[in-house]
Design a protein around this ligand. Structure first.
Ligand code: NAD
Length: 475
């Protein structure tokens, strides 16, 4: 392959040239067979596998991500996504006949899936490879040419990803450009055919505004505050273990992390005890010395989380566990807060860190009111053994996705659509859902033999008027 790794934050001319090369190639890319697309995806996985140790070293350097979790939450996810595409791509690409109906007599109609063209994928830092390559797999499967922009925050990983892309793809098919917000802003000036953005709601709005100038379609995978609702369970142990795992994995830097927890007031202390026990079981000893406990990606993010905790304490919250932060060391202890004021920042902003506020309730209506007063979350978590409780929660509160008696796991499915609603996002990825985001479904109509169409054209003689009237009644 001819690709080179582009310099970081390249000059605007390089961005323009790269875009034009991708645009020129797009019509040919659209015509690639399923086999040719799969060859590229196989090559991508082979190279990811070959660079497995480098990816682990890079993510350790970026934010001390445990190597086991690089395997589980980055490499395995890509492997499984590619596997699903390989199994089903041929069928997804097939044109589908659709009925014409009496009015279209003498014709056939079909829907032809076609690549949208040149796609831009902008990724965040929290799962620096997975959130870049999972949409890339979908875009290549759909037959798009692709520009990639990883996050500048996880710079070591961005470099390894850039090298992987440069080995696997011809630069006219997939190009990776590294840089921060300025580079992203320049990229957004190019007339892409689709933008797949994963990141914060604030930047998502900037992306959508930029897309409106061309205009082009967008997928926005954003974030928000995903609530957990715990029922009056006999034992809270299993729920607490799952909530803690989901909250502390990646040090809470997960878009679908359980953000805050509702619990029946008379069970609040039981839940707090169970959560503390689960935290100590998962990460025993001093977390600063625990190799399984991840760091926050940058001091400014650790500082932001620390400020959320300090603001809550200033407003009267009770610190029931943890609370220590080493900003320069990017370490935030697993923390549980209770007795929170509604207006505390930790109850307004997405936490995106290992801090868990507990909110007691006496009536279910309080939960519904509190959740519905906030922007629609990316996920809703319900822990209950009662069907009626689960159904009521699902019926009365909207969210991008939902998990019952677990947290976060639903994002690993290649069959469930993954995406938000409103402030938590637009569109959805994973498996066929991702393929569809990069695909234009072209409606094609063919007149095989002339039907009664001419009878319905002007001049409208009394006979034709009568015919139209009859058709309207019969059809
Ligand atoms: P971010 O929005 O700050 O950055 C995301 C990407 O946008 C980065 O590549 C960044 O360089 C780029 N960017 C920054 N400023 C920009 C601008 N002005 N114009 C264009 N691009 C710009 O997000 P982050 O801090 O990297 O990630 C955390 C956020 O992402 C959280 O809100 C989290 O919930 C969300 N997230 C969502 C998902 C999901 O799938 N829904 C997954 C992971 C993270």
């Amino acid at each position: 392959m001819t690709h080179r790794v582009l310099p970081q934050s390249p000059a605007k001319e390089i961005i323009e040239q790269s875009f034009l090369a991708l645009r020129q190639r797009a019509p040919r890319q659209r015509q690639l067979t399923a086999r040719e697309r799969i060859q590229r995806l196989d090559a991508l996985y082979d190279e990811v596998w070959r660079r497995r140790d480098d990816l682990k070293a890079a993510m350790w350097a970026d934010f001390r991500k445990p190597p086991e979790e690089v395997d589980l939450t980055e490499i395995f996810v890509i492997k499984s996504e590619i596997k699903e595409v390989k199994k089903r791509l041929k069928s997804w690409m097939k044109p589908r006949r659709v009925p014409g109906g009496l009015a279209l007599l003498g014709s056939v109609s079909w829907v032809k899936p076609e690549a949208k063209g040149v796609a831009l994928i902008i990724a965040p830092w929290n799962y620096p490879m997975q959130l870049m390559f999972r949409p890339l797999v979908a875009a290549v499967a759909a037959g798009c040419t692709v520009m990639l922009k990883p996050s500048e925050v996880t710079a070591h990983t961005a470099q390894v990803i850039a090298e992987i892309v440069s080995v696997v793809f011809d630069e006219n098919e997939v190009t990776l450009i590294q840089g921060g917000a300025e580079t992203a802003t320049e990229l957004l000036e190019m007339p892409f055919n689709h933008i797949y953005f994963t990141g914060s709601p604030a930047v998502g709005k900037i992306v959508m505004k930029a897309a409106a100038q061309h205009p082009c379609s967008v997928t926005l995978e954003l974030g928000g505050k995903s609530p957990v609702i715990v029922d009056d369970l006999k034992s809270l142990k299993s729920a607490a273990q799952k909530i803690v795992w989901a909250k502390l994995s990646n040090a809470g830097q997960i878009c679908v992390a359980p953000d805050y927890v509702f619990v029946p007031a008379h069970r609040e202390q039981d839940l707090i005890d169970a959560l503390k026990t689960a935290m100590l079981e998962l990460y025993p000893g001093n977390v600063a010395e625990n190799k399984d406990y991840q760091r926050i990606a940058a001091p400014r993010h650790a500082d932001r989380i620390n400020q959320l905790v300090e603001d809550a304490l200033r407003r009267g919250a009770k610190l029931v566990h943890g609370g220590q932060t080493d900003v320069e060391g990017c370490l935030v202890e697993p923390t549980i807060l209770a007795e929170l004021a509604d207006n505390s920042e930790v109850m307004q902003d997405e936490i995106f860190g290992p801090v868990l506020p507990i909110v007691p309730y006496t009536h279910f209506d309080e939960v519904v009111e509190a959740v519905n007063a906030r922007p629609t979350p990316l996920a809703l978590y319900i822990y209950s053994k009662r069907k009626a409780f689960v159904n009521e929660a699902l019926e009365r509160m909207q969210s991008g996705g939902a998990s019952i008696n677990n947290c976060v796991i639903h994002v690993s499915s290649n069959h469930l659509p993954f995406g938000g609603l409103g402030n938590s996002g637009i569109g959805s990825g994973h498996g066929e859902h991702g393929f569809k985001e990069f695909t234009h479904f072209r409606g094609v109509y063919e007149q095989r033999f002339d039907g009664a169409g001419a009878w319905l054209m002007p001049p409208y003689t009394p006979w034709k008027t009568k015919l139209i009237d009859r058709l309207l009644r019969w059809l």
